[in-house]
Unconditional design. Structure first.
Length: 603
């Protein structure tokens, strides 16, 4: 066994390796390791324990997003060891590397939250750079908190090398006074405390009980939504993502993922052969059917962009409108992601949707099965109540809708997971930042009937399009969740519920109509008609536009300024590899992308 645990019989001083035949699965790494000219590279790799035998095998990256700032990714160091065991068992040589993560739950409500969406691009860029830079033949991506999942999928799309994504698993729910808790329970408890409904001791007790161990936030929030999306898209092996982080079966799942990665490398099975437009439609249907996070709209649009698959924001509305909600999951419902796993997993949702041909069952998964075969193999726990028969769904139409109108010409997203109102008309309460709005909510200045408008928090304006969970949870905690509406050019946490509209585009910083709203203006929301309208005369709006000036950028330099200069509209997935359009339709910079002729080597 070599020093780094890779194994191999040669110690670097045995028979010369120069003439040995190249393993056919070393489609990229042979250029890094093979032949006399590559002796310097081999010398450096031998310095950390790799042997000649190790370097003669396919090199497979193990990308982790471990970080000590949250529970969401905390078990990945352990899981990486099991992934590497699987890669070795499959005849490959694993090379582990790390990238970043930003915790939405920890940073929410602070300036730090603006880094969250930006981190998706850094995750994608860094995985892409390591795999390209070291000519790896494949990659396993271990993911957890929200942006690491789409970030990893974007990297796989760009690289198009054999690989897969393994979610490190959901956290188990906490318990308090006989009820299950998630981190959203704590956010809502803050609102209840501010409203005088609970005291500090109860707030502390809820805080201390809500998150009992490792794993990503427990409801059908963004992390668990995107974990499910990866299984349905086919980039994650069927059934493995849903195993909770602290379930003993997770270690074996990680080893299985490593072995599977080697099968993909051997047979050159690439993401482009798995993720098709039909697979995208399947993923959207699964989000709709589980009341999943509206952030899936942003991330699937971005992934489709990277894979050159035509997909528009309005496709989400079309698919959701025909897809019933069949999973009773928090925040719109009652159960957590671990409850879904105990009930039988995501395959139960697939099974129900296939009954009405709402999924394309012939789409493939990296584990070699079709969606139909995965659904057929589902094992339902007797008496489970998480997934309902599609004949008696929780709701006849899916958990999101896309609205247009005078306030959102490019569209916006509303979540409809439970029994939310579908109409609202009221006076605008206008805030130019989430912080200003949260202060007003905390001071009990928002009244029933109001339409809360938070702007200049979009991809460019924030920058980074931060989530508004602190505000929305505080409104719910104060008892205003059913009597006010909120709209923003920022985003919402997957834990948000109530009549909340996000991703309003064009955003305020680019001169979108949301920039022209003034305090007291009447706003109309009509979900059935798919409309979001500002009820102000066109002449008045034209006069306001003449006096509007773009805001001074909040960050003059660094990564945030770079992101603001490149990022596209939320209606296009907030990508940084395209051209951005202003509210007037003019190009506002960005870069043009030419698809590469082949992965890794570019030729």
């Amino acid at each position: 066994m070599s020093e780094n645990g890779q194994g191999g019989s040669s110690n670097g001083h045995g028979p010369l390796p120069y003439g040995r035949p190249t393993d056919g699965a070393k489609r990229h790494s042979h250029a890094l390791t093979d032949g006399p000219d590559r002796a310097p590279a081999r010398a450096m790799l031998k310095a950390i324990g790799f042997t000649d035998d190790d370097l003669a095998r396919p090199l497979v990256g193990v990308a982790t997003t471990w970080i000590e700032t949250m529970p969401c990714n905390y078990n990945q160091r352990r899981l990486a060891e099991f992934v590497k065991e699987g890669i070795r068992a499959g005849g490959g040589t694993p090379m582990e590397f790390n990238t970043i993560a930003v915790s939405d739950g920890v940073s929410m409500g602070t300036e730090g939250m603006k880094a969250s969406l930006v981190s998706r691009e850094v995750v994608a860029d860094s995985i892409e750079l390591v795999v390209r830079g070291h000519l790896l033949d494949g990659v396993v991506c271990l993911v957890g908190c929200d942006k690491t999942i789409p970030g990893a999928s974007i990297a796989l799309a760009r690289l198009d090398v054999p690989g897969l994504i393994l979610y490190n698993g959901t956290i188990y729910p906490g318990t308090y006074k006989g009820r299950d808790l998630t981190v959203v329970s704590v956010f809502e408890a803050v609102g209840a405390y501010r409203a005088g409904k609970i005291d500090l001791q109860e707030l502390y007790d809820i805080e201390s009980a809500a998150c009992p161990g490792a794993g990503a936030c427990g409801g059908q929030f963004t992390a668990n939504t995107m974990s499910m999306v990866m299984e349905v898209l086919g980039l994650s092996p069927g059934g493995l993502n849903g195993i909770p982080a602290e379930d003993p079966a997770k270690d074996a799942a990680a080893r299985q993922a490593g072995e599977l990665a080697m099968t993909l490398v051997r047979h050159d099975v690439r993401p482009s052969s798995i993720v098709t437009r039909a697979a995208m439609d399947n993923a959207i249907a699964a989000v709709a059917a589980t009341g999943g996070s509206t952030n899936a709209v942003l991330h699937l649009l971005a992934l489709a962009h990277e894979m050159h698959i035509p997909l528009s924001i309005d496709d989400f509305d079309t698919i959701a409108a025909r897809t019933p909600i069949v999973a009773d999951m928090t925040p719109g419902g009652r159960y957590t992601a671990s409850d879904l796993y105990d009930a039988g997993g995501v395959s139960l949702v697939m099974r129900e949707l296939l009954k009405r041909d709402l999924l394309d069952g012939e789409q493939k998964n990296v584990d070699g099965r079709t969606i139909a075969k995965i659904a057929e193999a589902s094992r339902e726990t007797a008496g489970q109540k998480v997934v309902l028969p599609i004949e008696t769904p929780l709701k006849e139409t899916g958990g999101l809708a896309i609205l247009h109108g005078s306030l959102a010409p490019e569209g916006c997203v509303v979540k409809l997971a439970g029994h939310e109102r579908t109409e609202h008309r009221g006076p605008a309460r206008v805030f130019d930042s989430e912080t200003a709005c949260f202060e007003a909510v905390s001071a009990r200045q928002i009244k029933p009937g109001d339409v809360v408008v938070i702007r200049y928090e979009g991809p460019v304006g924030g920058p980074g399009m931060q989530e508004m969970l602190s505000v929305t949870a505080a409104l719910v905690g104060e008892g205003l969740g059913e009597s006010v509406a909120l709209l923003t050019d920022g985003r919402f946490s997957g834990g948000t519920h109530g009549l909340m509209i996000g991703h309003v585009a064009p955003e305020a910083a680019l001169g979108g109509p949301i920039a022209l709203v003034e305090e007291g203006d009447e706003i109309s929301i009509d979900v059935a008609a798919r409309r979001l309208d500002l009820l102000v005369d066109d002449a008045v709006l034209a006069q306001r536009r003449e006096g509007w000036q773009p805001p001074v950028p909040r960050y003059p330099g660094g990564v945030m300024a770079k992101y603001a200069a490149l990022v596209s509209s939320a209606s296009e997935g907030a990508v940084t590899t395209g051209r951005r359009m202003t509210a007037s339709g003019r190009s506002a910079g960005g870069v043009s992308v030419v698809p590469e002729p082949s992965p890794i080597t570019g030729g």
